[in-house]
Design a binder for this molecule. Structure first.
Ligand SMILES: [Zn+2]
Length: 97
């Protein structure tokens, strides 16, 4: 069951160039018309930018596997791979303030 566990950042190189520009533009647009729901999105973007700086962007936070590019195209700020995300959805939600 062990695939190569090592993340391959080279795969994400095009993302690393295009994505931050896109994210900052996106973030700016969000800041202009901020509502509660968008605030959540903003946090996601900030967290993703942070992961980008740390070099962990594109790596699943739970299983540490590389998140497939196909997923990054759909959701640009994923913390988890599809399998871990599915697992999370089956768990009861953590305290909703
Ligand atoms: Zn995962």
């Amino acid at each position: 069951m062990s695939k190569s566990g090592a993340p391959r950042p080279a795969i994400f190189r095009p993302c690393l160039i295009i994505w931050p520009t896109w994210a900052r533009k996106f973030r700016h647009e969000f800041t202009l018309g901020l509502i509660e729901n968008e605030e959540e999105e903003l946090r996601e973007i900030d967290a993703a930018l942070e992961r980008l700086e740390k070099g962990t962007f594109g790596t699943c936070e739970r299983c540490k596997e590389a998140i497939p590019r196909s997923r990054l195209k759909i959701i640009p700020t994923p913390k988890l791979c599809i399998e871990c995300k599915r697992g999370e959805e089956h768990e009861p939600p953590t305290a909703t303030a």
